[in-house]
Design a protein around this ligand. Structure first.
Ligand code: PHE
Length: 452
């Protein structure tokens, strides 16, 4: 292995498609499935979808193309990438690395829950999970069980990362992402056939202007930002593995289409069926409540519900796995760059660290269920500081770095090295003036108005 660590010397993705699918794999995750449908239902259906779409091609586009370009131009992972872009911004690299370190452990805890539910449906016990309203609570409060599934999920993640960028991440993404799409479309179509789904579909697609407010926009911005895996160093790390000849703009657009497409399909999968089942939009909730309580009930009320459950939890497993892979890779790459550890050793270290820190969240549902920090349980606390506090700030300072310190040409040159930059004017205005303001608003809102 060449130790110069220069972009052209390290093994990256073999193809543009591989990069796009891996990055889309990171973007498509639990957020698309358990949060997007809920927000759409809450904030006026079609009007939310429209706002989200417009923000994706402007705001989301800007943040994503910035990170990918910094990654590819420097050829470094997070810390050194910021450091190389500008010496004074190295601390921002550390802040950005902190995010995947915080997120990975609890993301794996939830990934473990998903695997557990997959096993429940695979062994045809969906009925038990659907009919007993304490099933989920009993499961999460059983430390041996949740620990076991945490370890399984971490091992699955690490297995792919250990195989390397090309033979592990790229290869697996090329298999997992198409499968995920097919299954998502399949369930969407099926769940639209249940009685009463049409009412729910209207509710999801047609705009309800009475629910539109400034809050709609802020909610859409916050969701988008999380959904595209921005401000965690992931897109910088993956960008550093991107072939030099591949078009960054086209790739960014495709990742957006993938991410938004799956989010939209998740809504189709979930909103009409839940509305039909519970007789109204109030039934559409978010997070674990939706995924592990509401949906099992809804599935089991459908013909062939257990099979639907199997397919659904399989697709969620894939979505969660490709996201956790990107998180682990980002941490592993940062460690390799900052220490003398070999990739394999770094990976083992991260694996152990992830289980150890993940245990804090696991115990937060059992022996430490009384522990609260800032009024939140342990898992929610980790989620809060990373998503609501650090991420918007990292993204905001990244915009300031590019807009005012190293200037937009830093990104433009990299984009133009492999094609025309069609949205250059839009990009300039967004990154200098609009995006940083949006991010400040998201930060203030997310930290001080926690209900969102
Ligand atoms: N983008 C992911 C989602 O929508 C979230 C995520 C990915 C979080 C990777 C962390 C790491 O669920």
């Amino acid at each position: 292995m060449d130790k110069t660590n220069h972009a052209h010397h390290k093994t990256g993705f073999a193809s543009r498609l591989g990069f796009v699918l891996a990055a889309a794999g990171s973007a498509v995750g639990l957020g698309n499935i358990w949060r997007f449908p809920y927000l759409a239902a809450k904030y006026g259906g079609g009007i939310f979808l429209l706002v989200y779409l417009i923000l994706t091609v402007t705001f989301g586009f800007t943040l994503m193309i910035t990170e990918i370009s910094i990654g590819r131009r420097t050829g470094k992972s997070v810390i050194d990438a910021y450091g190389l872009a500008h010496k004074k911004f190295k601390p921002l690299g550390y802040a950005a690395t902190l995010v995947p370190m915080i997120v990975l452990p609890y993301y794996c805890v939830i990934g473990g829950w998903v695997i557990k539910y997959l096993t429940v449906f695979v062994s045809f016990q969906g009925e038990a999970a659907a009919n007993n309203k304490d099933y989920f609570d009993m499961f999460v409060s059983s430390t041996p069980q949740t620990t076991l599934f945490l370890v399984i999920f971490v091992l699955l993640t690490a297995g792919v990362v250990l195989m390397g960028v090309q033979k592990g991440i790229e290869k697996m993404s090329k298999i997992m992402m198409p499968v995920l799409i097919i299954m998502t479309i399949g369930i969407s179509i099926y769940s639209l056939t249940v009685e009463g789904a049409l009412e729910g579909l209207k509710f999801y697609i047609l705009p309800d202007f009475s629910k539109f407010s400034i809050e709609t926009i802020i909610a859409a911005m916050g969701q988008l930002f999380y959904s595209l895996s921005i401000a965690m160093g992931i897109m910088i790390t993956y960008g550093s593995y991107m072939p030099k000849s591949a078009s960054i703009e086209t790739s960014t657009r495709q990742i957006e289409i993938f991410d938004t497409g799956v989010a939209f399909l998740s809504g189709l999968m979930i909103v009409p069926a839940v509305v039909a089942f519970s007789g109204g939009p109030e039934g559409v909730n978010a997070g674990p409540g939706l995924m592990f309580q509401t949906l099992p009930k809804v599935f089991m009320s459908m013909p062939g519900g257990n099979i639907v459950g199997i397919v659904f939890f399989l697709l969620v497993s894939l979505a969660a796995l490709t996201s956790s892979i990107s998180l682990m890779e980002t941490v592993v790459a940062a460690i390799c760059e900052k220490t003398k550890l070999k990739r394999k050793m770094a990976c083992v270290a991260v694996m152990i660290g992830t289980v150890a820190v993940g245990m804090l969240s696991v115990l937060g549902f059992s022996v430490w269920s009384d522990v609260t920090i800032l009024g939140k349980g342990i898992l929610d606390f980790f989620d809060f500081i990373s998503n609501n506090a650090i991420m918007p700030l990292v993204a905001m300072f990244t915009c300031i770095l590019v807009g005012y310190v190293i200037k937009t040409k830093y990104v433009e040159e990299e984009v133009e090295s492999s094609g025309v930059f069609k949205s250059k004017k839009l990009y300039r205005v967004m990154v200098k003036f609009i995006a940083p303001v949006c991010l400040l608003v998201i930060f203030i809102w997310a930290v001080f108005m926690p209900a969102l």
